[in-house]
Design a binder for this molecule. Structure first.
Ligand code: MG
Length: 166
């Protein structure tokens, strides 16, 4: 059986926080605000996997009222989601992600982000696509008020590598 999942997330950019995307700490004058490390990319990807599992969302699994997740490394949350995926008999076939940020320039960090996300999911980096775009100064991302991320994933039950849908 094949399943698709879609995830999206937004966090506000503020002064006095580290900017962490895909587990990479990126030098910038601002960082993302959140209860955890606010890694918007890891959150979108985790929500995409949970969507494919029909297992709710990361807000349900890791509530921001729980002090256990305060300042949490979101790659660890993604690893927990991957463990749930395997418990439910699914494997990760492929995923693709987009980050929308006016600044900073993210392309130098793309491969490290892909490697980190793939490692958290327990798959090779070739299974994770990642792009970054500006929004041409439009909207909250374009004004530098926040960063958004989207992710789509394809999961398969063990023994179904996706060839059955060709
Ligand atoms: Mg989030």
């Amino acid at each position: 059986m094949l399943r698709i999942g879609l995830g999206t997330d937004v966090h506000q950019l503020v002064e006095g926080r580290a900017l962490i995307l895909g587990g990479v700490t990126i030098p910038y004058e601002k960082g993302l605000l959140g209860h955890s490390d606010a890694d918007v990319l890891a959150h979108a990807l985790a929500d995409a996997v949970l969507g494919a599992l029909r297992a709710g969302d990361i807000g349900k699994l890791f509530p921001d009222t729980d002090p256990a997740w305060e300042g949490a490394d979101s790659l660890k949350l993604l690893g927990r989601v991957a463990a749930l995926m395997r418990e439910q008999g699914f494997s990760f076939v492929d995923g693709d992600c987009v980050i929308s940020a006016q600044a900073p320039k993210l392309s130098p960090y793309r491969d490290q982000m892909r490697a980190n996300l793939a490692a958290a999911l327990g798959v090779e980096a070739s299974r994770i696509g990642l792009k970054a775009t500006t929004t041409e100064h439009l909207g909250f991302e374009g004004r530098g008020e926040g960063i958004s991320a989207q992710a789509v994933v394809l999961l398969a039950t063990e023994g179904d590598d996706g060839r059955s849908c060709r």
